[in-house]
Design a protein around this ligand. Sequence first.
Ligand SMILES: C[S@@+](CC[C@H](N)C(=O)[O-])C[C@H]1O[C@@H](n2cnc3c(N)ncnc32)[C@H](O)[C@@H]1O
Length: 222
Amino acid sequence: MHPAGYDRLQSQVIPGYGSLARLAVALLSSSPQAQIEGSSVLVAGCGTGAELLEAVAQRPDWRLTALDPSDEMLQASRDRLGEGVPIRWHQDTVEGFVAADAEAGGYAGALSVLVLQSLPDDGSKLAYLSALAQCLQLGAQLVLVDLMRSSLTSLEPQLDAAWDRFQRASGLDLTRDQLASEGLHPIGLARLTSLVNAAGFGDPARVFQALGFEGFLLQKRG
Ligand SMILES: C[S@@+](CC[C@H](N)C(=O)[O-])C[C@H]1O[C@@H](n2cnc3c(N)ncnc32)[C@H](O)[C@@H]1O
């Protein structure tokens, strides 16, 4: 994915994208561990920096680490945040970050917005979630936002059509199949539950949904 035009495209595809990062940060900021002044927080797959910008605005006391394996995305994020914002930047996946740094644990919270959906369910999703769990303190929360496969099978045709209409009304002309060719690998709630449990989290608590885009709170089990 290229950063040029990324934010506009996301807002054409994702209902509520303009307030997604604000909501994700507000949710994590209210968690028992990350609400503490000066907490360390990990932003996984920071992309063009939407969550970082919000985190700095809402919680200037947080000690932020930003990860993204894409040089272009990380640079776009750094340019957007500007100089003088004390963020630890790493061009890496979460899996690579954990493997390279024995000190990677101890975070009071983490954000993963629209990242898991791009990883195939061939062990890659589990490796990503396990690495996130390793980064967190016991009881700390991960805010996970992702495109999910619908469990409302009887409503699926209507939801698909509504999503197509939403995109067209937003000025975009991509079908769900074309978007699928962008390398998205959505899973259903049962599969997500089994993956996050295997990774070391409790059951996902859904806190919001806009068509297929769902937000969950996950807590690292003790
Ligand atoms: C769709 S973008 C989302 C960016 C941002 N979170 C947002 O909501 O706009 C997904 C980002 O995740 C990054 N990514 C992909 N695999 C990753 C991994 N294993 N660990 C961390 N980041 C990853 C990609 O490089 C990309 O920048």
